[in-house]
Write a protein that binds this ligand. Structure first.
Ligand code: PRP
Ligand code: URA
Length: 208
């Protein structure tokens, strides 16, 4: 799988097991979504360009680095929301632009209901955030919107994917790196990831 990065970090692996556990309540579930997201972000941002900056320490001048690109976080409503604050803790200057998509329960096709993007791109790198990549329809649609918007670089950061979703992303957007904590076995006949974790939105927001 080119351009697909699955974290093998031991802390990601162990946190993921607790996240999947059906006994895990929304508060801990939300915390784990955040913690795993931060580990994935560490890897997803490793190639961001930096430029020189001079700062004055209390003792002397120091030649340091600053990020050379403007970062946009694109959470897919609603489950992607839980990934935003943990990333803002790491990249406080990131812009947040919301896209609302839900899967039609019958067709499993993404339905767009909200788009807060301004007329022209105000960022250089977009990170599309959604914990679940199932059929891949929502992620592919979100990336297509961002490409039409004209943003130069796009990455997808998710927690759990089905092989079907990864394959669709690679077919439709092979240039977009995909960062994940796991690629699971398969989708079931109603489009849920097996073993997965159930519905990521419901489990974060207590709406099951
Ligand atoms: C879930 C998930 C993704 C989508 C993945 O959202 O958060 O957005 O399904 O499925 P796909 O890869 O087959 O498109 P859902 O439609 O349940 O909406 P929600 O976040 O509002 O719960
Ligand atoms: N959305 C979810 O939240 N979970 C799945 O398994 C598939 C889509």
């Amino acid at each position: 799988m080119t351009n697909v990065h699955v974290s093998m970090h031991p802390l990601v692996r162990t946190k993921l097991a607790v996240l999947r556990d059906q006994q895990t309540k929304p508060k801990i579930f939300r915390e784990l979504v955040g913690e795993i997201t931060q580990f994935l972000m560490y890897e997803a941002t490793a190639d961001l360009p930096i430029s020189p900056i001079t700062v004055q320490t209390p003792m002397a001048e120091y030649e340091g680095q600053t990020l050379a690109v403007r970062i946009g976080l694109i959470p897919i409503l609603r489950a992607g929301l839980g990934m935003v604050d943990p990333i803002l803790d790491m990249i406080p200057m990131a812009q947040i632009w919301h896209l609302g998509l839900y899967r039609d329960h019958q067709t499993l096709q993404p339905v767009s209901y909200y788009n807060k993007l301004p007329a022209s791109p105000s960022v250089d790198v977009c990170l599309v955030l959604d914990p679940m990549l199932a059929t891949g329809g929502s992620a592919v649609a979100a990336v297509s919107v961002l490409k039409r918007w004209g943003v130069p670089r796009i990455k997808f950061v998710g927690l759990i994917a089905a092989p079907e979703g990864v394959a669709l992303m690679q077919k439709e957007h092979p240039d977009v790196p995909v960062h994940l904590a796991a690629v699971d076995e398969r989708l079931n006949d109603i489009g849920y990831i097996i073993p997965g974790l159930g519905d990521a939105g419901d489990r974060q927001f207590g709406t099951r």
